[in-house]
Ligand binder design. Structure first.
Ligand SMILES: Cc1cc2nc3c(=O)[nH]c(=O)nc-3n(C[C@H](O)[C@H](O)[C@H](O)COP(=O)(O)OP(=O)(O)OC[C@H]3O[C@@H](n4cnc5c(N)ncnc54)[C@H](O)[C@@H]3O)c2cc1C
Ligand SMILES: *[C@@H]1O[C@H](CO)[C@@H](O)[C@H](O)[C@H]1NC(C)=O
Ligand SMILES: *[C@@H]1O[C@H](CO)[C@@H](O)[C@H](O)[C@H]1NC(C)=O
Length: 498
């Protein structure tokens, strides 16, 4: 009896000690940007810091950011980030948590056009495809599948680390913890070099890998090896999107996090010292912004920057910091998404009439002649009733990616006829030029940069993973818990913990 009482006492005191160890939670946190990075940060912040902290999300444009739809003839189509991989576990759990529906994206017949002819063309017959692949590229396809699988396998460790609350203070240390030198060296070389080193044939790289990079990142095989592998994972099966639009995840996460949304453009962040009730002082960040009703500002303990910080994107001044917080000037790649309801011009793609043209996705090789990166038929984000679908199967809605806006002449070349066009211009993702050095995550004691991770690879799930990492990092640093930051050998150490 007595002994148990002693034990209980010890346990209780330990527990009190454990809770007392935690510093008082921050009272106000600002998140700049309501894309998937900022909104998932707000969601994880609420989970980690509890219900009393005030979370303000400040957004200058639309909730969703680079997740956005365009409207054409009463239907909505994904204009930015559209494809989600079946192993993107954060996106998957958000959708489940928020009660959203999904739609699957598959069954597109793919062709690769080199400017003169199709060098690769899928048929409806699986066996024919396999034979063609083997005939033209030997075992390169199979090997690519295994190569990507290996990267993905290692990368999946991040979810386990995050479940056990581990965080990383730089993008490089996060990548190193999941994939070792194998991953960090991928940032230092192009996907071209990485695949050559792994024994892929140059023909396979030029014919198959280049087009996959162009459709996903608007750039060829000079992108870094890591984003290259992410891009190739986009050729897997089981790809999906959110019913009603991927941006619904962002609005859902704001709602679930009970964050306050402020529609305004953040112009500057500076450090202020304020007296406290108890006679001491506290350092806070003053975040200034412009709203349609005039200027506003807020004082925050922690600031999350969930947007690329480039001048032409965010244009935020960091005032009075010593040493100064560097501005990020590495350029972003422009990509234009153009939606066209019309009949594709088969002869433009070297298919002489009469020609059977049943491709629904056309990728392109590296040829200066091309003014497009890709063209593919798309479905609305919400399934349309059968009766509304055009009976004429070659009168589809096509999404064209190009580095520059399409001219009328170019549209008339691509389409025999069309009757609706809608375009959206993006600064879409970094212009990758390895060796890649990601910008820091910690910009100041309490200022964090969620989008550092984009320089390893830009994707919805990458922003969500980074958001969770940065929230854990901010939490541990707030509470002085270094043992959950930058730990190596986690894969080994967590094996025994189930
Ligand atoms: C055409 C295209 C296709 C893509 N395809 C895919 C795909 O298929 N799959 C995939 O996973 N990813 C894809 N991506 C990438 C993906 O969309 C992005 O990686 C992801 O959406 C980035 O989210 P984010 O929240 O980090 O940034 P953003 O979505 O850019 O969010 C940043 C937000 O901050 C706001 N903001 C900026 N400055 C300020 C300021 N000063 N004050 C207030 N607010 C500010 C912006 O308005 C924006 O809403 C694609 C991107 C593009 C453009
Ligand atoms: C990658 O290159 C950078 C220099 O750009 C270097 O500092 C770093 O050590 C290199 N990393 C690896 C893993 O080779
Ligand atoms: C279709 O493509 C061919 C070949 O590029 C071009 O000559 C023609 O003008 C295009 N347009 C139409 C409507 O056929």
């Amino acid at each position: 009896m007595k002994l148990t009482a002693v034990f209980t006492f010890i346990l209780c005191s330990l527990r009190i000690a454990a809770t007392e160890e935690l510093r008082h939670p921050p009272s106000r946190i600002a998140v700049v940007g309501a894309g998937i990075g900022g909104t998932s940060a707000a969601y994880f912040l609420r989970q980690k810091f509890g219900r009393h902290v005030q979370i303000d999300i400040i957004e200058k444009g639309d909730v969703g950011g680079r997740l956005s739809t365009v409207e054409m003839e009463g239907n909505h189509y994904e204009a930015g980030g559209s494809v989600i991989h079946p192993l993107n576990l954060h996106m998957k759990s958000f959708v489940k948590e928020l009660g959203l529906g999904t739609r699957s994206l598959s069954g597109n017949l793919l062709g690769i056009y080199n400017g003169d002819e199709f060098i690769f063309q899928e048929s409806e017959w699986y066996l024919i495809n396999v034979i063609k692949m083997l005939w033209n590229y030997g075992l390169n396809f199979l090997r690519m599948y295994m190569w990507v699988e290996d990267v993905l396998d290692k990368f999946m460790r991040i979810y386990r680390y995050q479940t056990f609350d581990y965080s990383f203070s730089t993008t490089e240390s996060l990548l190193h913890a999941v994939g070792g030198n194998d991953f960090t060296t991928k940032l230092n070389m192009t996907i071209d070099e990485a695949m050559q080193k792994s024994g892929f044939s140059q023909k396979f790289i030029d014919d198959i890998v280049v087009p996959a990079m162009r459709v996903n990142y608007g750039q060829g095989v000079k992108v870094n090896g890591f984003v290259g592998a992410v891009s190739l994972a986009g050729t897997d099966s089981g790809l999906w999107a959110v019913e009603g639009g991927n941006k619904l995840v962002c609005s859902g996460l704001i709602y679930a996090s009970k964050a306050q949304l402020i529609m305004g453009t953040v112009t500057s962040v500076q450090e202020r010292v304020r007296p406290t009730k108890s006679g001491g002082t506290v350092k806070l960040y003053e975040v200034s912004y412009e709203t349609s009703a005039g200027p506003g500002l807020g004082m925050y303990d922690i600031v999350f920057l969930a947007t690329p910080l480039n001048k032409e994107i965010a244009n935020i001044d960091f005032l009075g910091f010593n040493p100064p917080i560097e501005t990020f000037s590495k350029p972003y790649q422009q990509t234009v998404a153009t939606f066209v309801h019309g009949r594709i011009n088969a002869s433009f793609f070297g298919c002489a009439k009469p020609c059977q043209f049943d491709l629904s996705e056309i990728l392109t090789t590296d040829n200066p002649k091309h003014f497009i990166s890709s063209i593919g038929s798309v479905s609305p984000v919400k399934p349309v009733p059968e009766s509304d679908v055009s009976k004429n199967s070659d009168l589809k809605v096509w999404k064209v990616f190009s580095p520059e806006p399409l001219t009328d002449n170019q549209l008339r070349l691509l389409f025999e006829s069309y009757h609706a066009v809608s375009a959206k211009k993006w600064l879409a993702y970094p212009k990758y030029t390895p060796p890649e050095k990601s910008p820091p995550i910690i910009l100041h004691d309490g200022i964090y940069y969620v989008n550092s991770i984009e320089w390893a690879a830009s994707a919805m799930e990458m922003s969500a993973i980074s958001a969770k990492n940065v929230v854990l990092l901010a939490y541990h640093r707030w509470n002085g818990k270094d043992e959950h930051i930058n730990q190596e050998d986690l894969a080994e150490r967590l094996k025994s913990e189930l």
